[in-house]
Design a protein around this ligand. Structure first.
Ligand SMILES: [Zn+2]
Length: 500
């Protein structure tokens, strides 16, 4: 992109970030094809940004002395909103968030899978004091409040008194700015909770206009029961539902995406507000224990069945193992062979020695494609700063490059909608997610011919290509293939009492 570099060299776009009086100054992004976030067809238009907002959209002659960014051959979209992001710690250590802004992410939502910062107010205050390149939102986590109330004694259902205490904490989290309740029911602490407990906590979140986001109880053979439970919790809790990283991850449910879609479409047809998000990969990343739903980690039969269910031990690759660092980067079949033990023995050894993080290549492309085509499915990474899965650095450009340009799964406009207005609506963001006068100026300028992810399972943090410019709250944070250094990101709290 030579013309772009030379343009930046001349005009110094970074000055947009550096100039102290940006509030009053405007700049123009001229000649780009605008994907406004609603899914409407691309239109070549000029967009004027003044301060932190979009001032005008149309055929706009430059004002005298105004900075003009040429957007010919490029697409201008609203900033991407990632509703499932694990950067709670990462934002403190890496506020430039290069792996995030290089994908075009301008707002990220923390606290998914039941695990949120706490106290929410203290955490968000810290982010106010040490701003990042991106806007930040958070959920309040079910596991987080459950651990606060039950401590180490969590391997059981909660008592009514304990449930009431958790509900109070959820309410506190909502009052302090969380957007809703998240759960991770496949994980250790959350998995012992009853549906009734989750309904009670959902009611607490609903009082503040929150929604329920869930990593459901099972993403394997009992996927459909787990989806049913999520729909029940949302219905009885009286709040909208987002199914996190929708997937069918075992042989027993492979190829059944249409059945899952029908289940959700039926609920939507009855008026239930249900969305899902999905990362664009056939492999998941979690701890090794999630492979064995019955938790019988030392029972060879259970482990063998679990490994067969995901398509075999060679489909499970270790990304990190503290006790056995040499296991990293190798799959379970390979390691077991070289150690001269069975895969179930290897599994037991790893769990006993303190677990490991693994990647499981256990989804079917056809299922991922079917989910992605649904109008209620958003793009979300389940990644974040420092992620060991390529989704952490590649999700959004991967959808634009591989799903849109190469596979023609859906239109570019629809892809942008899944990254912008759809998540903005889910997050009750009224002034982001679209390009229109008066909206906050979170913008992404990208090249639709070259945009692509470069992160791989071997090099998960390799930056994406083709994202030319990223603007957050009216300031450039990414241009010329690197961060500008500006950190205009804001904490976006739910307004108290606000309803979606
Ligand atoms: Zn999850």
């Amino acid at each position: 992109m030579k013309f772009w570099r030379s343009f930046l060299g001349l005009a110094g776009l970074a000055l947009v970030a550096a100039a102290p009086q940006t509030e009053s100054k405007s700049f123009l992004i001229a000649g780009a094809r605008v994907a406004d976030g609603t899914g409407a067809p691309l239109v070549t238009e000029d967009v004027r940004v003044q301060g932190d907002r979009i001032l005008e959209v149309g055929k706009l002659p430059p004002r005298e002395g105004e900075r003009v960014i040429r957007g010919e051959k490029l697409v201008l979209a609203p900033g991407f909103i990632d509703v499932h992001n694990h950067s709670t710690e990462g934002l403190a250590t890496d506020p430039l968030a290069e792996t995030q802004i290089s994908q075009g992410i301008t707002t990220l939502v923390l606290g998914p899978d039941g695990d949120s910062p706490w106290p929410i107010a203290a955490y968000l205050d810290q982010r106010d004091k040490a701003p990042a390149t991106v806007n930040v939102m958070t959920m309040v986590g079910h596991e987080t409040v459950r651990s606060l109330v039950m401590g180490q004694d969590f391997k059981r259902k909660s008592t009514p008194g304990e449930t009431a205490k958790m509900a109070e904490l959820v309410a506190q989290g909502m009052k302090e700015g969380a957007m809703g309740l998240s759960s991770g029911l496949e994980y250790e602490v959350g998995s012992y909770s009853s549906t009734e407990e989750l309904i009670a906590l959902s009611k607490a979140a609903a009082q503040y206009g929150g929604f329920y986001m869930t990593h459901s109880r099972d993403e394997a053979d009992k996927s459909f029961e787990a989806m049913d439970e999520a729909l029940t919790i949302s219905k009885q809790g009286g709040l909208p539902l987002d199914l996190s990283h929708i997937k069918l991850a075992t042989v027993g449910v492979w190829g059944q995406a249409k059945k899952a879609v029908a289940l959700i479409d039926a609920a939507r047809a009855k008026g239930q507000d249900v969305t899902a998000d999905c990362y664009p990969y056939e492999a998941w990343h979690s701890n090794i224990e999630v492979l064995v739903p019955n938790k019988q980690y030392f029972d060879a039969k259970s482990v063998d069945r679990a490994l067969a269910d995901v398509g075999g031990a060679d489909r499970v690759t270790i990304t990190a193992c503290k006790a056995h660092p040499t296991y990293a980067g190798r799959n379970l079949a390979e390691i077991a062979k070289s150690e001269g033990i069975s895969t179930s023995e290897l599994f037991a050894r790893i769990v006993k020695d303190g677990s490991a993080d693994v990647i499981g290549h256990s989804m079917k492309t056809e299922d991922v494609d079917i989910f992605y085509r649904q109008p209620w499915v958003m793009v979300a990474s389940d990644g974040g700063i420092g992620a060991d899965h390529p989704r952490g650095a590649g999700t959004f450009p991967r959808v634009l490059g591989r799903f849109v340009r190469e596979k023609h799964l859906f239109t570019l406009e629809e892809a942008v909608r899944k990254m912008t207005s759809l998540p903005a609506t889910r997050m009750s963001l009224k002034d982001r997610g679209r390009i229109a006068p008066g909206m906050k100026a979170d913008l992404v300028l990208f090249n639709p011919e070259t945009v692509i992810d470069r992160s791989t399972f071997e090099e998960p943090r390799k930056l994406s290509e083709g994202i030319e410019l990223v603007v957050v709250n009216g300031e450039a944070v990414w241009s010329d293939g690197k961060p500008t250094g500006a950190k205009p990101g804001l904490v976006l709290r739910r307004a108290e009492g606000a309803k979606p």
